[in-house]
Design a protein around this ligand. Sequence first.
Ligand SMILES: C[S@@+](CC[C@H](N)C(=O)[O-])C[C@H]1O[C@@H](n2cnc3c(N)ncnc32)[C@H](O)[C@@H]1O
Length: 473
Amino acid sequence: MALYMKAAEILDKVEQKKGAVKTLVYDSKFQNIKQLFALVCETQKYSPVLQEIIENTRLLKETKLRHNLAKVLVYDLLIGQGIKCGGSWKAMMLKHRSRLQAALARIKVKRKVSRNQDLLPPSAQHNNGVDIPRYVRVNTLKTTVEDVIDYLKREGFSYQGAASQLEDLCSLSGKTFMSDLHLQDLLVFSAKMDFHDHYLYKAGHIILQDKASCLPAYLLDPPVGGHVIDACAAPGNKTSHLAAIMKNKGKLFAFDIDTKRLSTMSTLLLRAGVTCHQLANEDFLKVDPLSPAYRDVTHILLDPSCSGSGMVCLHDGSSEEQEHDPERLKALAAFQLRCLNHALKFPKLQHLVYSTCSIHPQENEEVVSACLENNPDFRLIHLFPEWPERGRDPLTQCLRASTTKTFTHGFFVAMLERQATPNSESLDEQPPSISEPSAGEEEQVEVSVDEQFQPPAAKKRRRNRKKPKKQKS
Ligand SMILES: C[S@@+](CC[C@H](N)C(=O)[O-])C[C@H]1O[C@@H](n2cnc3c(N)ncnc32)[C@H](O)[C@@H]1O
């Protein structure tokens, strides 16, 4: 019931212009953020149809449900996963099910369509009618790809082997699934598959993460035992991915300025069995690159706040306006550039991955170009040659992702490499940093350790598929 109540509450707040969907969902502290986000977005997408069904069946009068609560329940009953909660609402909705189904059928006949998605207004079809597959990253800190495949097969899923071309990823239906074409720890399911209530998800064995969002950690590929920074880390999917690649060895410094998001992150990392991290509620721009604490940092992942314009289910009117507001884009780009310039000040940094879930060049190629002008010691690495979508000319070393070309959310990734090796002796002479945490400041640093976590007998992570080579530009 909590899911539907929260979703309705967020829809109420969006109508009252109290914030954008994404922010309200993250701020809700709901346990299944992604499940809540998907339900809110989908309900918004189908809102005109749901409204029509509710009016035609006089559902509010008959049930005394609040308007947005009725919408989310009708969405899940007729279009979504089916009502998941038990209790009185389920019984109430089931009582009205045949009337509601008949109302939906009448709307389809009137509009001469057979599929629910054809009822969507063109503005809601960001992904040109292509459903993005459900991507599931296997958390190799807790299990192996083979074990997850076997577990799912025992549950009646049918494994199709590895995809041989990108289009295969969109061919899945029902309980069929396959291994991804590019990322070995990623399994791919039909768009309709929902794992939020699945044991493997609840136990942290699988992470529900879009394929594009797996690229930054995968491409950064920090060494086992290395010192790594995740600069804008919450809610932490990329952090847990980095930890998995590092096999939980070394140091993973994760910063975020937002206390609430950080607390969600702490829970998620605990569930994922991440132990090599140090979580800090800090403004990354105020972290001292010359602090002895970070003297061995060689890899940084920078995934700063962005417009979110690549996320396909942002149908919150206010956020769409915000996404295209030139002033907002300018401010975001300036912030992103400051973060990038700051990150490149860490003296032993070798590789940095910059990513956004934005489709705007202002937040992507333009930020990277400006940064390279400011930092001639760094150059771009030509990423993943076989990846089908490249950064906008001339930054074709970078990657882009989209619903139509890569069957993912819209995304951008760049990787910078230091050209000259820093002189480590001169670093030793650095005076102690004034921003080394004092006793009081240390209290802000929260370190979460999953004491129950027992490392699995991990099998070779990249046994079958070779990692694509990075080519210097
Ligand atoms: C795109 S989200 C990061 C998503 C995260 N990398 C993941 O994969 O789960 C951007 C994050 O940057 C944080 N942020 C914004 N400004 C920041 C700053 N100055 N210092 C640290 N974090 C910041 C936001 O609170 C937000 O959580």
